[in-house]
Design a protein around this ligand. Structure first.
Ligand code: ADP
Ligand code: GLC
Length: 486
């Protein structure tokens, strides 16, 4: 609520948006949190780039669009960058897709330098300009990760935008990606005042660090779980940036992510062959059968099925998985992995699946419908992350009665609790980040599945009954918005 009593106006500035441009959990959050905020009484809108294929996906999903008469303009690198504004109502949330040549490249450039980082700076400036093209002016710009971290920097240090006012929130979904590149010719071409480039602002060991700038410049900083909010203030977790996060801790808070529980619902999911729920679990067996068949395994196998749905990057700990291939095969379980990412990880998994073809299968790539079948058809969900800001996959798996085995880190620690604690739990956890640690938890899960079907069902139901809605966390974001408006 603003001082005048009207609803606070918040613009979500995001470069990923499910279901149009999702790469990982950031896309899910940007696609679901605004809906919950709207229900909580926040006047929230979303702006996002129309990356290649996005407008086609919008059309394919039957979302109606109109083109706003005015365009947005931003001065950057000594020229004017303009974008068409395509407006849509996505499940009731007003969303602006910015369509321009600037967004015709890669959503995540493999090499970062001034030129490949430019679309992200231009996007932030166009987001600041949006109010001039539409009849609505945000009170707060809510930015996400390094890709929109230029916006708080511009509000603080840009020779034009620092005069314009406006508050900003920087939400950290993953501090491992910071938007670091050489300062030349950024300092001259960005419009930021030269004095904004020093060690207490965006300079980082001689380089530009957009995320660092965003953290320092933003009015408030949030991250996606309470445990990760503590972890990132330590050198062990965030190396050189940890000092800045510690210094800025008074404006940092951890708010756990929720899920779009309507979208991730085993009782309404159209991508799975049979529906199921807490009240009637029977459909899950049909999903398991279909998944085994899809993997080329015996559909009637009673062995536990371990599933992973993940980006295959260092963060997710898959080197532990392929290094443990022989031990996993020995348990008698089947291991099915859906994902893509770094070559060395993909190759490690491919080799493991060639060595144990009766036990391990990799579905390489990004496949939304198959991910639903994996969540529904699995018995155990394995997520041995080295670090995990929040993690949505473990929550999705619990919704689908697939019991998580996770490392106790970040948001995994806040959402998965070991069943062997005196007070019980909803999954199996381990602490030490190595094959022995992971196998200790995984073996317990496999043994429990094989030998104690009654307890297994209880664990499944415990996870399925968890409240993963956005309700509570949307309330916490709303409180933060209200505090910033005081
Ligand atoms: P992160 O954001 O670090 O990738 P999260 O657990 O927060 O991890 O979110 C991952 C999201 O991306 C989940 O919705 C998951 O189902 C989805 N996902 C990851 N890899 C794939 C894939 N290969 N195919 C389909 N969906 C995937
Ligand atoms: C990031 C993190 C993940 C988190 C997601 C959404 O991609 O890696 O843990 O769930 O953002 O906040």
């Amino acid at each position: 609520m603003t001082k005048s009593g009207s609803a606070v106006k918040v613009l979500f500035v995001t470069t990923e948006l499910a279901p149009f441009s999702k790469v990982g959990g950031l896309g899910d959050v940007a696609g679901s949190l605004p809906k919950a905020l709207r229900q909580a009484g926040v006047d929230v809108r979303v702006v996002t780039p129309a990356w290649p294929g996005v407008l086609e996906r919008v059309a394919a999903l039957g979302v109606k669009t109109t083109t706003v008469r005015a365009k947005v303009y931003a001065a950057y690198d000594w020229r004017i960058h303009s974008a068409n504004i395509i407006k849509a109502s996505v499940d009731g949330v007003t969303t602006y897709f910015l369509d321009a040549e600037d967004y015709s490249g890669s959503q995540y450039p493999s090499q970062l330098n001034f030129w490949s980082a430019s679309p992200f700076a231009v996007f932030c400036m166009q987001a600041l300009e949006l109010k001039n093209a539409i009849d609505w002016e945000p009170d707060i710009y809510h930015c996400h990760d390094w890709t929109s971290a230029f916006l708080p920097c511009a509000l603080a240090w840009h020779r034009h935008y620092r005069q314009t006012g406006g508050k900003s929130i920087m939400t950290l979904h993953n501090v491992a990606y910071q938007g670091i590149f050489e300062p030349y010719p950024f300092l001259e071409a960005s419009g930021l005042e030269p004095w904004s480039f020093n060690s207490s602002t965006m300079e980082f060991y001689g380089q530009v660090n957009l995320l660092k700038g965003g953290i320092v410049a933003a009015t408030a900083v949030t991250t996606v779980s309470p445990t990760y909010a503590n972890e990132i203030q330590t050198y062990e977790s965030t190396r050189e940036l940890s000092g800045i996060l510690y210094q800025q801790r008074s404006k940092l808070r951890g708010i756990i992510n929720g899920l779009d529980v309507k979208f991730w619902d085993p009782n309404g999911d159209k991508s799975i062959p049979a529906k199921f729920s807490v009240k009637d679990l029977r459909g899950k067996a049909a999903c398991k059968k279909a998944l085994l068949e899809r993997a080329g395994f015996d559909p009637n196998s009673e062995a536990p099925v371990i599933v992973c749905v993940s980006r295959l990057v260092e963060q997710k700990g898959f080197d532990m998985v392929f290094n443990a291939a022989g031990q996993i095969a020995e348990t008698g379980a089947k291991l099915l992995i859906l994902g893509s990412g770094n070559d060395w990880i993909e190759n490690g998994i491919i080799q493991a699946s060639e060595a144990y073809p009766q036990s391990i299968k990799l579905f390489r790539g990004y496949d939304e419908p198959l991910s639903h079948l994996m969540y529904a058809g699995g018995d155990i969900f394995l997520m041995p992350s080295v670090f995990e800001p929040c993690g949505l996959s473990q929550m999705i798996s619990m919704r689908y009665g697939t019991v998580p085995v996770v490392r106790e880190v970040g948001g995994l620690r806040d959402t998965v609790f070991d069943v062997d604690r005196p007070e019980g739990g909803n999954g199996f956890t381990f602490l030490t980040c190595d094959v022995d640690g992971m196998m200790w938890a995984l073996r317990r899960a496999v043994e429990r599945y094989n030998n104690n079907k009654v307890q297994w069902k209880e664990i499944m139901l415990e996870g399925m009954r968890e409240d993963f809605t956005w309700d509570k966390s949307a309330g916490l974001y709303k409180n933060l918005y209200d505090e910033l408006m005081q």
